[in-house]
Design a binder for this molecule. Structure first.
Ligand SMILES: NC(=O)c1ccc[n+]([C@@H]2O[C@H](COP(=O)([O-])OP(=O)(O)OC[C@H]3O[C@@H](n4cnc5c(N)ncnc54)[C@H](O)[C@@H]3O)[C@@H](O)[C@H]2O)c1
Ligand SMILES: [Zn+2]
Ligand SMILES: [Zn+2]
Length: 399
């Protein structure tokens, strides 16, 4: 089959690789019809190289049609349309039963000290072949794939794999009180969807912050108040306080993560790690303070005293300096983590078979054949051509 594979820093290719096969009686093989590129994939493209091997298949936002099932699979059958969550979770262990699918005890990557395995996401998360490919082997066929109705275009359902549950969880964890306010740092796919989910769930004062003109414009078009960081890098806190009765928002979501703009120290650490051989860089990345902390530090500044900071953006260092004085003195609450996809599916799925209150039909800015994957990664990273969300379509033929 054809699959998008990692070959080095900013080097992904579409290669011919062996087709996946059923290995366990509960496995399912899915023929992928749509598969997103995520901001998390950009971390693999640029800074997490020490945790990848050449040829690793990327991608964790796939959906498609069941092609083949193992002998013990009864929940889906060939021809069923399914979305595959980005976390590989069993659905039945203690953590999964508690709604903490990203901590699944059956798939935790214990030798790396990591939580549940993830599709297409480095040795830290089990080195499981990903879904930017023509076919994907999905374990736990009776509990992991999410069956969705036939009919509407893939755009309706594909974001159930990651974007929707991630945004839903970030808003849930933000716990904005009734009549309260929320600021969202970063208006990439995740931040944009956070603003939509927050509005849908009744938060009226939602403020979106980014520095990319098309991303700010897209949020404004949905009725979100926006602040352009490139014009307000020095007075951001004052501007946002001005929009929230002088106090600051009740909650802030960081939808930026470890590669934030405006963190020269972290950028240097990423560059240094990139120059080291993998055997040295991987432990360095795991023990050093390598994150670019600009967005997280903004979140602590912006949020009102006693407020909540909800982290959707991914961080990876272990010695990053945190402003503990400020966090403690302001009496902040912090919640974070990979999204527990299945935990939120019952809340989200009804909205997707309805009149599309979250606007998923028009969410993708680009739909491209799988063969255009390398160009799409480059364009998404540079935020060129108004690219906010791209769906690769392995079945489609290159133009
Ligand atoms: N928790 C989860 O389960 C989960 C799931 C998916 C993605 N993520 C993470 O969420 C983050 C966002 O993902 P995405 O797909 O939207 O990526 P993205 O890279 O497209 O979006 C990030 C946005 O942040 C903006 N930005 C950069 N620095 C900023 C700053 N200092 N202040 C404000 N905005 C800034 C960028 O211009 C960009 O628009 C990534 O870190 C990704 O890894 C987490
Ligand atoms: Zn993702
Ligand atoms: Zn589990």
């Amino acid at each position: 089959m054809r699959a998008l594979t990692w070959h080095g820093k900013r080097d992904v290719r579409v290669d011919t690789v062996p087709d996946p096969a059923i290995r366990q009686p509960t496995d399912v093989i899915v023929r992928i019809t749509s598969t997103g590129i995520c901001g998390s994939d950009l971390h693999l493209y640029e800074v997490l190289g020490p945790f990848l091997d050449e040829g690793d298949i990327l991608g964790h936002e796939p959906m498609g049609v069941v092609e083949e099932v193992g002998s013990e699979v009864t929940a889906v059958r060939p021809g069923d349309r399914v979305v595959v969550p980005f976390n590989v979770s069993c659905g039945t262990c203690h953590m999964c039963s508690d709604g903490l699918h990203s901590q699944c005890e059956t798939t935790q990557v214990r030798e790396q000290g990591s939580g549940a395995a993830l599709f297409g996401y480095t040795k830290l998360y089990g080195q499981v072949p990903g879904g930017q490919a023509e076919f994907l082997r999905v374990p736990f066929g009776n509990t992991l794939p999410i069956k969705v109705p036939d009919g509407p275009a893939d755009d309706r359902f594909v974001y159930l794999s990651d974007v929707l549950p991630t945004a839903w969880q970030a808003v849930e964890y933000a716990a904005v009180p009734s009549g309260g306010s929320l600021a969202v740092l970063g208006l990439g796919p995740i931040g944009d969807m956070c603003t939509r989910v927050a509005r849908h769930r009744g938060v009226e004062n939602v403020i979106g912050i980014d520095l990319v003109p098309e991303r700010l414009e897209r949020a404004r078009a949905n009725g979100i108040t926006t602040v352009d960081l490139s014009a307000h890098s020095r007075d951001l806190t004052d501007v946002v306080r001005g929009l929230t009765g002088g106090r600051g928002p009740d909650a802030v979501i960081d939808a930026v993560g470890m590669e934030a703009h405006g963190s020269p120290g972290g950028k240097l650490a990423h560059t240094l790690a990139g120059l080291l051989p993998d055997s040295v860089a991987a432990p360095f990345m795991k023990t050093a303070g390598v994150d670019r902390m600009a967005a997280l530090n903004s979140a602590f500044d912006l949020v009102r005293r006693g407020g909540t900071v909800s982290l959707a953006g991914v961080y990876g260092g272990t010695a990053d300096p945190l402003p503990m004085l400020q966090i403690f003195d302001k009496q902040l609450q912090l919640r974070m983590g990979q999204a527990n996809v299945h935990r939120w599916v019952p809340d989200i799925l009804p909205l997707l078979v309805d009149d599309d209150p979250l606007g998923v039909d028009g969410f993708a800015t680009h739909r491209l054949p799988l063969e255009s994957g390398p160009q799409a990664y480059a364009q998404f990273q540079r935020k060129h051509d108004g690219m906010v969300k791209v769906l690769l379509q392995p079945g489609a033929v290159a133009a």
